[in-house]
Design a protein around this ligand. Structure first.
Ligand code: 2AM
Ligand code: CA
Length: 258
């Protein structure tokens, strides 16, 4: 039996409220600031959505902690107890430049284990959800587990340039594959792999909030999620990331990444 009815209802209500604010923002001027580099952006909407999340969690789950990209919640250094990991807008550059290919990503970890993940692709109205152990859904539809045992040569790969730069052999893997794709929002790139539309997604430097929900959903559907060196990810540290179909993960590790 699902134990997280209240949490699921909470996330659904938050997505409805946050989605409406984001759609309304398309008609308004954005305030855009840069962070670590000129393509690492934050807008007033990112901050507004994270603030809304912090406020709503405070109302419903006052003892839960929150770890978010824009620092509207306290910094955390342990994952003890229930911790919400939120990216109010994943793919901020796409949000600004395209008004699509961005998402809200919300995950609940308890003592470091991901128990619930949800990703809302606002522009499409698509919501991916998963309570660990109870299947993953796209809107109302239960998603099938990934099943392909085809080699890299039969799959598209998604990789950002930083991943290719630090692993030059990835260039050979991409040439071997059916081609390279890149969307610019890690949570959605995780969903491309989890729904079998690509064999793997690789990035050199992601933060916990970029992958926290995607990892829960992708693993539930049978994907393998690790750092690029094959080690386990930890939701307190930034670092590289690969999500892949099991067969493709094995082939990339054996022939191209290690
Ligand atoms: P963000 O839009 O929430 O910042 C783009 O390749 C993907 O990498 C996005 O999911 C983006 O998340 C993430 N990312 C992580 N660190 C980044 C950085 N320093 N600059 C740009 N994108 C970053
Ligand atoms: Ca973000």
């Amino acid at each position: 039996m699902s134990r997280l009815a209240k949490e699921k209802q909470f996330v659904a209500a938050f997505f409805e409220e946050a989605g409406a604010e984001i759609i309304a923002s398309f008609q308004k001027n954005l305030t855009i600031e840069t962070k670590s580099d000129r393509n690492d952006l934050v807008t007033n909407i990112d901050k507004q959505i994270e603030t809304l999340f912090v406020q709503r969690v405070g109302e419903k789950f006052p003892t839960h902690r929150i770890f978010g990209e824009e620092g509207m919640a306290a910094e955390i250094d342990t994952l003890d107890g229930p911790v919400w990991i939120v990216d109010p807008i994943d793919g901020t550059l796409n949000f600004v430049a395209q008004q699509k290919n961005f998402a809200i990503s919300v995950a609940l970890y308890v003592d470091g284990i991901g128990v619930y993940g949800a990703i809302y692709e606002v522009e499409k109205g698509d919501i991916y959800t998963c309570e660990k152990g109870f299947g993953a859904y796209l809107n109302e539809r239960k998603l099938p587990k990934v099943s392909s045992d085809a080699a890299i040569s039969d799959h598209l790969l998604i990789a950002n340039l930083s991943a290719i730069r630090i692993n030059e052999r990835l260039f050979e893997a991409i040439k071997e594959s059916r081609g390279l794709r890149l969307y610019g929002a890690a949570s959605l790139e995780y969903m491309y792999v989890a729904t079998g539309r690509a064999g793997a997604y690789m990035s050199a430097n992601l933060a916990p909030w970029d992958v926290a929900a995607g990892k829960i959903i992708a693993e539930e559907l049978g994907c393998i999620v690790t750092r690029l060196d094959g080690s386990q990810m930890n939701m307190l540290e930034k670092g590289s990331s690969i999500v892949a179909l099991p067969h493709v993960h094995k082939e990339l590790m054996q022939n191209y990444l290690r």
